[in-house]
Design a protein around this ligand. Structure first.
Ligand code: HAM
Length: 424
C-alpha cells in the first residue's frame, strides 16, 4: 500500500501541483509580500513551537470553543505530558511574551508570525487539518485606531496579492459588563427553545451562551433569527470604543458592514471583532479582534491587545484562480556535450554561484534533447550549450528558452555580457 500524506494535509510542490495553489513559488511570493508588509506596518517576527502544553489552549482559546471541544490534535509525550499541536497563534505568542519577560521592556509589542496550525476538522474545500496562518498581535495598545490598523494591514495584503474584492464584517462583543447584560438577555430568549437546540448548543447554554451565535446548525440558526443583538447591550465604554473604531475606518475610507452575528470561534475576544470575507472564494479569509486581558490569564500584566490572522491556503486559492503560477528556476541551465565541456561549464557555474547568479549544470544525461527538456522542466530562463565546435571557438551557445532565439557568446566575456543585458 502506498503511503499518502495524512487526511486534510497537503504537500507544496515546486511543479506539477494539483490544484495549482499548492505550488511553492506562490507560497514564496506570498511570504515575501507578508514580510515586506509586516515591516511597513512595524511588526516584528516571532516563531513559537508547533506544539504547546494542552493547558495553554484550554485556558487561552476557551473550553467552550469548537477548537478546544473537538478540533485539537492532543497527545501524550513519553514523559506523560499532554501536548497539543497549535490550533492557532495568539495564545502561544502571549505565552512567549510572558515566559521571556519581554513585556518588562515596556511599550507596545507588535509581532507577526507565519506558520502551520492544526485543527482536526472535517476536510472540505478551504478547510484543512494542517493549514497555514499569517497572524499579527499588537499588545499594549488600547486605542481604537489600533484595531483599524490591523484591519487595514490585512486589506492591504489582499490588495497587494491581487484579491479583487474583500468585505469587512464588523461587530463588538463588548466588555465584561456588556457581556453579563447580553448573556442574561440571550439566556432569557433561548430558554423557551432549549430542547430544540443542537446538543453542542445545549452544552454551550450553560458554559458560554454567546458561542451559540456561532453555531452552524440549521435549526439553531433558525431559532437565532429573533435573538437580541449584543450591540443593544454594550456598556458605555464599549459603545464609545466601537464608535471610535467606525470613525477611524471611515477616516481610512474602509467600507464595512456591521454584523451583530459575528462572535468569532475563539473565546478570548472582547470589544471589536471582525471577519474579512472574499466573495471570489465564498468564505472568510481572515479574522480577528481585540482580546484585552488574555495575557493576564498566562500570568502577565493586564494589557489591552488586538490582532488577527489570515489563512494562506484561502488567499492563494483566490490568487491562483487568476492564472497559472510561474516556475522560478535558475537563470540558466548549462549543457556540456563531452567531458572537456563538462569541466569548463562545471567551473563556470561554480563561479556564477559565487557571484550570486543562479545556474545549474546538466549532469544527468549526455543527450542534448533530454538536457533541453530538463532545462525547461526546472524553469530555467536560458540554456548555455558547449560542444566541441563551441570549445574550439571559445564561445557558448546562449539560448532563450522562451523565445527560442540563440546566439554565440564569448566565454571570456560571459559575465560582462550578462551584466550589460541586465540579467544579473
Ligand atoms: P481564526 O479565524 O480561527 O482566528 O483563523 C484565522 C484564519 O485562518 C481564518 O480566517 C481562515 O482563513 C484560516 N483557517 C482557520 N481554520 C482553517 C482550516 N481548518 N483550514 C484552512 N484555513 C483555516 C484565529 O486563529 C485567531 N488566532 C486570529 C487572531 C489573531 N485573533 C487575534 N489575533
Amino acid at each position: 500500500m502506498k503511503i499518502q500524506a495524512p487526511k486534510g494535509t497537503f504537500d507544496i510542490l515546486p511543479y506539477g501541483a494539483e490544484p495549482s495553489w499548492q505550488t511553492s513559488s506562490l507560497w514564496q511570493r506570498a511570504e515575501e509580500e507578508i514580510r515586506r508588509l509586516a515591516r511597513n506596518y512595524g511588526y516584528l517576527e516571532i516563531r513559537t513551537p508547533l506544539c504547546e502544553s494542552t493547558e495553554l489552549f484550554d485556558k487561552g482559546v476557551g473550553e467552550s470553543s469548537d477548537i478546544v471541544m473537538k478540533e485539537m490534535f492532543t497527545f501524550q509525550d513519553k514523559g506523560g505530558r499532554s501536548l497539543t499541536l497549535r490550533p492557532e497563534g495568539t495564545a502561544p505568542v502571549m505565552r512567549a511574551l510572558v515566559e521571556h519577560r519581554l513585556l518588562e521592556r515596556g511599550g507596545p509589542h507588535k509581532l507577526f508570525y507565519i506558520g502551520p496550525m492544526f485543527r482536526y476538522e472535517r476536510p472540505q474545500s478551504g478547510r484543512y487539518r494542517q493549514h497555514h496562518q499569517f497572524g499579527i498581535e499588537a499588545v499594549g495598545i488600547a486605542a481604537p485606531e489600533q484595531d483599524v490598523e490591523v484591519i487595514d494591514l490585512f486589506l492591504e495584503l489582499y490588495r497587494r496579492m491581487g484579491l479583487k474584492e474583500c468585505n469587512v464584517l464588523l461587530n463588538s462583543v463588548g466588555d465584561a459588563p456588556s457581556r453579563i447584560a447580553y448573556r442574561n438577555a440571550l439566556i432569557e430568549f433561548l430558554t423557551p427553545h432549549f430542547s430544540e437546540l443542537s446538543p453542542d448548543s445545549q452544552v454551550r447554554f450553560s458554559k458560554n451562551p454567546l458561542r451559540i451565535l456561532d453555531s452552524k446548525d440549521p435549526k439553531d440558526k433558525e431559532i437565532l433569527t429573533g435573538a437580541p443583538s449584543i450591540l443593544d447591550h454594550l456598556s458605555e465604554e464599549a459603545a464609545v470604543h466601537f464608535s471610535a473604531v467606525r470613525k477611524a475606518l471611515d477616516l481610512l475610507q474602509i467600507p464595512y458592514l456591521v454584523d451583530p452575528r459575528i462572535v468569532r470561534g475563539l473565546d478570548y475576544y472582547n470589544k471589536t471583532v471582525f471577519e474579512i470575507v472574499s466573495p471570489q472564494l465564498g468564505s472568510t479569509i481572515g479574522g480577528g479582534g481585540r482580546y484585552d486581558g488574555l495575557i493576564k490569564t498566562f500570568g502577565g500584566p493586564d494589557l489591552p491587545s488586538v490582532g488577527a490572522a489570515t489563512g494562506l491556503e484561502r488567499v492563494l486559492q483566490v490568487v491562483s484562480s487568476e492564472g497559472k503560477p510561474e516556475l522560478q528556476g535558475p537563470l540558466f541551465h548549462a549543457i556540456p556535450l563531452g567531458e572537456e565541456a563538462k569541466a569548463v561549464l562545471f567551473h563556470l557555474v561554480a563561479e556564477c554561484r559565487r557571484q550570486n547568479i543562479s545556474a545549474q549544470v546538466e549532469l544527468s544525461t549526455e543527450k542534448l534533447q533530454t538536457a533541453l527538456r530538463n532545462a525547461t522542466q526546472t524553469g530555467a530562463s536560458y540554456c548555455a550549450i558547449l560542444g566541441s565546435a563551441e570549445l574550439a571557438k571559445g564561445v557558448l551557445q546562449w539560448k532563450n528558452l522562451m523565445t527560442r532565439e540563440a546566439e554565440e557568446i564569448p566565454i571570456d566575456r560571459f559575465f560582462s555580457i550578462l551584466k550589460e543585458r541586465g540579467l544579473v
